[in-house]
Ligand binder design. Structure first.
Ligand SMILES: *Cc1c(COP(=O)(O)O)cnc(C)c1O
Length: 430
């Protein structure tokens, strides 16, 4: 498989080069030259396959000969060695729970897959790779966990001081080894600005091979197709599902749309947004306008100018009519988010996190208009990561799952950084 830049000003590359570079040299996102098609046998056999085998079949055409089949099989098996249960919440709505990975975030899958690919590639080159990433919370923990101990890879995570939840901060700052957490005295936008500047700094680039680990990287973006396949494996209705995806940078839903383009039977997608509604507005009106991000309760979706929107347009050949036939946008306010958490908990006993609540509410509204359909929403994080939102609504504490209880006794280690580029540059040039 070859990948081209959406800016059209850079040569095509293979999966290896696309993964190592992250972004094309012309600043564009990489996109595959063709969309592989699932074979009729694969679709007929979906329910009998193991998660690891299914992951391998889905991703192999995208990787091509950049990784030998036996190595790729092992990478797939390690990436998805936890559950992705489809849990009925109401008669019409089920949750696909994506939070059973080591950091309780759906980003674990992409981070685990990418880290193992990069680990394999770095065995064949002498220069170590530095993964530089800014996080508003969930990305950093998933990346830190995924890359921990990978030889030849150093990870530098920037996070805004005091603006991630206590559990998220422990996930970022307690691992040590090849992971360094830079605690920036500023907000998430400062972190992102510093990272972007580093990627353009010739002095830093001469000193280190830098790559990014957010969903612009194909190795983090493409494995998210697995979720949709696992949803279909567990789907028991006769009709094809409507899938609602809580969206920020639109990497997750864009991966779902890729799986659909490969032949996965999904009837409709709902792009569920919080007040950051640029893409939802585009779906409704045909006009796209990026805006500064606004802060909401579902903070992992606070993105004003989603990077993967360009990939969605490319997939549909820039045709608004084609995108909007398959994908509806929905905008859910903070008030509706907390009301949904409370109501669903009271009526069904199911506890949503703020991001899942946005998707649940958007799906509910869609199904009101389509009463014959059944739907799935992606529950992208465990509610325990957002106690300050969830606990007042339900009037009770959310028990910390066993998987992360050990974190609570560990000690934070971070390097404080002023929100000025000179400070990051000095760190990276050391
Ligand atoms: C990152 C994140 C999202 C948004 O996913 P995108 O791929 O950026 O659209 C939604 N929910 C949670 C919990 C996240 O961490």
């Amino acid at each position: 498989m070859r990948y081209y830049s959406l800016n059209q000003q850079a040569p095509t590359v293979d999966f290896r080069a696309a993964t190592i570079a992250g972004q094309a040299p012309d600043g564009g996102l990489y996109f595959p030259e063709h969309i592989p098609q699932f074979s009729p046998e694969l679709l007929a056999n979906l329910k009998n396959m193991t998660r690891a085998d299914l992951a391998f079949e889905v991703i192999q055409p995208y990787v091509g000969d950049a990784i030998p089949a036996d190595v790729l099989r092992r990478i797939c098996a390690e990436t998805v060695d936890f559950e992705f249960p489809l849990v009925p919440v109401t008669g019409q709505i089920s949750a696909l729970e994506l939070f059973h990975g080591p950091t309780l975030a759906f980003k674990d899958v992409g981070a685990r897959f990418m880290s193992r690919c990069l680990g394999y590639f770095s065995q064949q080159q002498t220069a170590p790779v530095t993964v530089l990433v800014a996080t508003s919370g969930d990305t950093g923990g998933a990346v830190a966990d995924g890359f921990l101990g990978v030889p030849g890879v150093e990870v530098v995570i920037l996070y805004p001081s005091g603006k991630v939840s206590p559990l998220q901060e422990l996930q970022l700052t307690t691992l040590g080894q090849n992971i360094t957490a830079l605690e920036v005295r500023g907000n998430f936008d400062d972190c992102q600005r510093l990272v972007k500047q580093a990627f353009l700094d010739p002095q830093v680039l001469a000193h280190r091979q830098l790559t990014s680990a957010n969903s612009i990287n194909v190795a983090r973006w493409l494995p998210q197709q697995f979720y949709y396949c696992y949803a279909l494996q567990q789907w028991a209705h006769d009709t094809v599902p409507v899938v609602a995806v809580p969206s920020g940078n639109f990497g997750n839903i864009c991966a779902g749309l890729m799986a659909h383009a490969s032949g996965l039977p999904i009837g409709h997608f709902v792009a569920a947004c919080n007040a950051n509604s640029a893409v939802a507005d585009y779906l409704r009106t045909g006009t796209f306008a990026a805006r500064p991000a606004v802060v909401t309760l579902s903070n992992a979706m606070d993105v004003g100018n989603p990077s993967n929107f360009g990939r969605i347009l490319e997939l549909f050949e820039q045709q608004h009519a084609a995108v909007s036939r398959l994908v509806s946008g929905a905008v859910v306010s903070d008030t509706e988010t907390t009301a949904t958490i409370g109501r669903v908990h009271q009526q069904t006993g199911y506890l949503l996190d703020p991001h899942g609540a946005v998707a649940f509410r958007a799906l509910e509204d869609y199904l009101t208009e389509h009463p014959e359909a059944h739907g799935i929403f992606l529950e992208t994080a465990h509610p325990v990561k957002f106690p300050e939102v969830v606990e007042p609504v339900i009037g009770a504490e959310v028990p910390v799952p066993v998987a992360v209880r050990g974190l609570l006794s560990r000690t934070k280690q971070s390097v404080l950084l002023e929100p000025e580029y000179a400070a990051l540059q000095e760190f990276l040039l050391r």
